[in-house]
Write a protein that binds this ligand. Structure first.
Ligand code: ARG
Length: 585
């Protein structure tokens, strides 16, 4: 494999460190983007901090560094400004040559990592028979994007759906199913429970009102856990029903997941508890079996327990997650496990990670990370609900976004007097609607709460999917109008940058590798969104100022290549967010 190409910032950083020399190897060059365009592209502010240590003026130090600095292939001769800032300006020839490199590179300069690891992304993870709600949608969208970025970087990623398919609620669900739909157990292709959530509500109501039902439900739980065939069959029917509903959403959103629900770990739970006991971590506390946590205390300052086996002998969510950690590190060989789960579960993960570490189930070098996100709020700032106060069904939410995208599109078509087929309208509405939902979520820093607004996410202006898609469409429009095949522009054709807006666009295109690397590190897809938004803005500025099809050669071909690079960068970047592009909209 080719050695990973260092990013531009890495190269400048290395050149500065070399210029500092071995005696200052520990000093930080403080390389940052230039604060103003007139200072160039980057500045190195490290000389200031060295004045005291070297007993010399910062400016003189900066001069010595510059004298030894070898960046001639990348930058114009460095300039020293003010008290001792070193200003670096990229050479046009360097930028032009780099763009040519990208033109031939499918990955647009983003080199795969040299040391790929095995990563698990635990995301989506809805609960059977409970509605998959907007929180699960966030996890699904963010988790998918993180998985896509890691996969693109060359890591071996296992995408796991830790479905909530086990627990005491199944007792009443199974019993209710046996009562109202016994045929389902004989032939599960017959069954259509329809709305499982309504089914769950009915079961719950009977459980609360009917003593006999309650008793039978309890027996069903015991039967299920003991592997009783009828209980198992009923449970299977319920899971299949949910699975089909979830799968529809995943297909629609183009999301791949391997289901490995809580039930998968059920046979492993007794060993988890036995092992904790063997290691002397387990304590009996009011009939339950617990591990006392370090650093978690109640209001009296006493350590909090993590319950791993309830007094009735049952296991819980935490026990299952402990078993999952063990399985993932030992059987799957995961080196990094990411849990894309709402911030409300931060304590749960901190506690479970701690116990797993103390039990020795987290080998050195293995990283378990909770990747939290905030709650979805309505435009009123309250938890996102329907008008009647119910949780919003995901299917309805996606339908609504697509419906509105369609209405926008139809009015635009009419205003522009265009003539479009139903197939075109349906396809554009679906891609814009779903892309808008995904992008609206991903473009927020995931750790903050996020306000759901159809109007904002579907707007053609601003940091939205339609704005980005439109920039892509603009480039495709140039190709159609000029009869240009971007792949045939020629290996020998040179890129020559002229206008300021063209330089700004070129420099931005060349930063994709740094941004994707950052996202792989910090797991913040909003940085990629911001980058793509700025790319679209810079493209629009360039396109407003510079003639492309009307320009004379060789400028025309050069600009066409810059347009194509912009579109390819948008397409690749959007694909890492799980968003498709359109040729026309
Ligand atoms: N099913 C859980 C919920 O809806 C999320 C599971 C997250 N993953 C995990 N390994 N705990 O809250």
């Amino acid at each position: 494999m080719l050695a990973a190409i260092a990013t531009l910032t890495d190269r400048l950083q290395q050149a500065l460190v070399s210029a500092f020399g071995p005696e200052l190897a520990d000093a930080d060059p403080v390389l940052v983007p230039a604060s103003k365009p007139e200072f160039g592209d980057y500045q190195a502010n490290g000389a200031m901090a060295l004045a005291k240590r070297l007993k010399n003026k910062p400016r003189a130090i900066a001069e010595q560094i510059v004298a030894r600095l070898e960046v001639g292939d990348l930058c114009e001769p460095p300039e020293i400004a003010g008290p001792g800032f070193i200003n670096l300006r990229l050479r046009p020839a360097y930028l032009e040559a780099q763009l040519k490199v990208l033109q031939r590179d499918e990955r647009l300069g983003v080199a795969p990592v040299q040391d790929p690891h095995k990563a698990i992304v635990d995301f989506s993870s809805p609960n059977i028979a409970k509605e998959m709600h907007v929180g699960h949608l966030r996890s699904t969208i963010i988790g998918d994007s993180i998985a896509r970025v890691l996969e693109f970087m060359g890591h071996d990623v296992l995408r796991l759906n830790h479905v909530g398919d086990w627990g005491t609620q199944f007792g009443m669900l199974i019993t209710h199913l046996q009562d109202v739909c016994p045929a389902a157990l004989a032939d599960d292709s017959q069954v259509d429970i329809g709305d499982l959530v309504a089914f769950y509500k009915q079961a719950k109501q009977r459980f609360d009102e009917d003593e006999d039902f309650k008793g039978r439900s309890r027996e069903a739980v015991v039967g299920l856990q003991a592997g009783d065939a009828t209980a198992r069959a009923a449970w299977q029917v319920l899971c299949d029903q949910s699975r089909q509903a979830f799968q529809k959403i995943y297909d629609r959103l183009d999301i791949c997941l391997t289901e490995r629900g809580e039930s998968f770990y059920n046979p492993l739970l007794p060993t988890v508890v036995a092992d904790l006991e063997q290691q002397g971590l387990l304590v009996e506390d009011q009939g339950a079996r617990v591990v006392f946590l370090e650093g978690f205390t109640n209001k009296d300052g006493d350590p909090l327990p993590l319950i791993v086996q309830k007094s009735d002998g049952g296991f819980n969510y935490a026990t299952t997650d402990l078993a999952a950690i063990r399985y993932r590190t030992q059987q799957d060989g995961a080196e990094r496990v990411l849990y894309v789960v709402d911030a409300g579960q931060a304590n749960h993960f901190a506690q479970v990670f701690q116990v797993a570490a103390r039990a020795g189930w987290v080998p050195t070098g293995v990283e378990l990370t909770h990747v939290p996100f905030g709650v979805v709020q309505g435009e009123d700032g309250k938890k996102f609900k329907t008008r009647s106060g119910e949780t919003v069904r995901l299917q309805d939410l996606l339908d609504e976004a697509v419906k509105r995208a369609r209405a926008d599109l139809e009015s635009r078509i009419q205003a522009e007097g265009r003539n479009e087929t139903e197939a075109f309208i349906a396809q554009v509405a679906e891609i814009v609607g779903l892309g808008a939902v995904k992008y609206a979520d991903l473009s927020q820093n995931r750790t903050s709460n996020y306000i759901f607004s159809y109007d904002k996410m579907l707007a053609l202006q601003g940091n939205t999917a339609p704005y980005l898609l439109y920039a892509y469409v603009r480039v495709q429009g140039i190709s159609r109008k000029g009869g240009i095949d971007f792949t045939q522009l020629g290996d020998n054709a040179a890129i020559h940058l002229e206008d300021d807006s063209e330089f700004a666009l070129a420099k931005h295109i060349l930063q994709l590798d740094e941004v994707v690397n950052e996202v792989a590190q910090d797991l913040l897809p909003n940085r990629l969104c911001q980058y793509l938004f700025e790319l679209s803005q810079k493209f629009n500025q360039f396109y407003d100022r510079c003639a492309v099809l009307q320009a004379a050669e060789p400028q025309r071909t050069s600009r066409l290549m810059v347009c194509d690079l912009t579109a390819r960068t948008l397409k690749l970047g959007l694909s890492l967010l799980g968003i498709a592009v359109l040729e026309r909209m």
